[in-house]
Write a protein that binds this ligand. Structure first.
Ligand code: PCA
Length: 198
């Protein structure tokens, strides 16, 4: 199988994005399945414009997108993407969107088609904090998740896809009050999530 994993570049005040590191550190193959990592810009819609030709070229069986959720304690398996972009924060192109639909006349929401419960079970065996989250927010992470699931649905493709938010990596945080996990633990959790799909 072909597994496409996307990460995001740094954004806002976060000088590093742990998902950039994860993309770099993931093995090229897991149990004989090909893993391809792609880094995406933190720009509404352009993130998907960059991903689309790679999907067309690689024809993946799975697309698992990753992003940083500042302040979260656990690896968060997102259940749903909604058809809205809305944040007071700028994306990396300076766009600030409010109440904007992502796809005109698109469905209100798409559920992840990843095996979320199996992923939770796999990751939690090693006591790595993990949860299913019912909101991917309305910033760029929700935007890529929505675009990918919409593209798969309207083109009737057999690709399973979804999104995982990860906490800060401890290596980027000076304040012990801020929630974070060591990078190697986040990486292990993501590898376990991928294994749950295989
Ligand atoms: N996290 C942001 C966008 C990029 C990222 O890594 C989000 O949660 O929307």
């Amino acid at each position: 199988m072909n597994i496409l994993i996307t990460g995001f570049e740094a954004f806002l005040e976060n000088e590093e994005n742990p998902t950039q590191e994860i993309i770099r550190l993931l093995p090229k193959s897991i149990y004989g399945n090909t893993i391809t990592g792609v880094e995406l810009p933190v720009i509404y819609d352009e993130c998907f414009d960059k991903l689309l030709p790679i999907i067309e070229e690689k024809k993946p069986d799975y697309i698992i997108s990753l992003g940083l959720a500042a302040g979260r304690k656990a690896i968060s398996l997102e259940r749903v993407a909604i058809n809205i972009s809305d944040s007071r924060h700028k994306d990396n192109n300076g766009n600030v969107l409010q109440d904007e639909v992502i796809i005109e006349n698109g469905k209100n929401a798409y559920f992840s088609t990843l095996p979320l419960r199996k992923m939770v079970d796999n990751i939690s065996v090693k006591k790595i904090p993990v949860e299913i989250s019912n909101s991917a927010g309305t910033y760029v992470c929700n935007n890529i998740m929505y675009h990918v699931l919409h593209y798969i649905e309207v083109n009737n493709l057999p690709i399973k896809a979804g999104f995982i938010h990860v906490p800060f990596m401890s290596e980027q945080i000076n304040d012990s009050q801020v929630n974070s996990l060591p990078l190697d633990v986040i990486l292990e959790g993501i590898i376990d999530a991928i294994k749950a799909c295989l």
